[in-house]
Design a binder for this molecule. Sequence first.
Ligand SMILES: [Zn+2]
Length: 487
Amino acid sequence: MKAGIYIRVSTDKELQESSLEYQEACCSDFIKGNNFELYNTYKDVFTGTKTGKYNKGPGYKNLINDAIEGKIDVIIAKDLSRISRNTFELEKLRDLILSGKIHLITLEGAVDSTKGNIHYLSTYILIYSEEARMIRVRVEQSKKTMAKNGLFIGSIAPYGYYCVKGKLYVRNDESPKIIQYIFDSFVSGKSAESIAKELTENNIATPSQLSNKKGASSKWQASTIRKILKNEHYIGNLVQGKTKSINSTNKSRVENSNYIIVENTHEAIISKEQFNLVKDIINSRKSSSKVSRKTHLLSNLIYCETCGKAISLRNKDYICSGRLKYGKKMCCTEKIKQIDLLNLLTENIIDKIDNSDSDFLLNYIEERLNKNISKYKSTLNNLHMKKNKLENRKKEALNMHLDGCISRDKYNIVVNESDNDINDTLKNIHSIESMLSVKDKIDLSRDFDLLKSRIIKSVSLNPQILNYFIKRIEITNLGVPKIYYRF
Ligand SMILES: [Zn+2]
């Protein structure tokens, strides 16, 4: 059999033993031992940030291409987590294996498809999947398609405008004047808070009152004023996809650098000059009054044993906040270096997991599994909704075309792009459904040792894992941590 070795490292937190050379040596030993023929070695080195890790390296891409083209018969990797942490890549690989295009052998024994042993791959996908993130990216992408056509896709038009069939028009009431007033007041030196107060006192209808939201408040909020001051719609630009959902269940939105701006799609209320002036003012006021809230990884977990106060993080040291504020007279607990404490915690947690009996850990794994399953289910829901929306969008486009609002070409573009998105959405739906169907066949106790070793390898200190394993950490007056576990 012709074999391809796949190796992968992240340079930010790799131990010596899992370096490229070590992985490669293990794999080529295995190839020699089994009389396989080495076709090629594929490498990916990931550096830096978390987001960077989502980029498929050329190594992995070439590996999959060669597998599809039949240049290799079997992929050898040191262990499963080396291949990818991306669910969709793993799924694609699993489909290739199931369709007989390629074999996969991982050296830690989790997967050997030449012996029909691949169930662990599905289990792994379900337990370690990264929040079905790629799907959300695709959903956002189809929204962008709509936006590129210059159509407003939000559910509610910005304050001061109304929306007819994807186009924004200036309202015929006082709201455009209020917007001008807000910008003028801010430039004249008033704060968002005082503008909000003034508008409330003058009984000006709030944006949510104007849009007939249920239970709309008559009180203007400073945050509403700030949003208006930053809203590019007021200079006649259509801004779409500026925010994206944090996850499929959380409706709040975060800044997204990939938003689309289509200029001059509708009548402006504010001049570009004034808008830019306000932007400058906001930036300069922000930098002069910087208030930083000090939370850290161990916030709400770590306390001073002597005086009971919380431990703060200052200049890479953990130090009693009592001592920090009032000096040694108040508390003389020694500080402890951040890196020392974090290393110690990692070691301790790994040790605990390694020596714990199965029950606690099994619960942990099950909880993770269930969480991921419910995430997938809600993603599935969203996908179905998305599909319906796309189909409605096609109908809307048809109506707009029949009413003469959009040309036949534009209508065709919308239909084609909707159809593409519907196809993608259906693929994603199918893929999640097939993955969820594995759920009932998972037997955690059968794979317990593998799962345990996987957890040990993937331990990284995040609030979730810390709070699951650790009840409380106390620092003694000598600066020594006492760790209280939940098990
Ligand atoms: Zn103290």
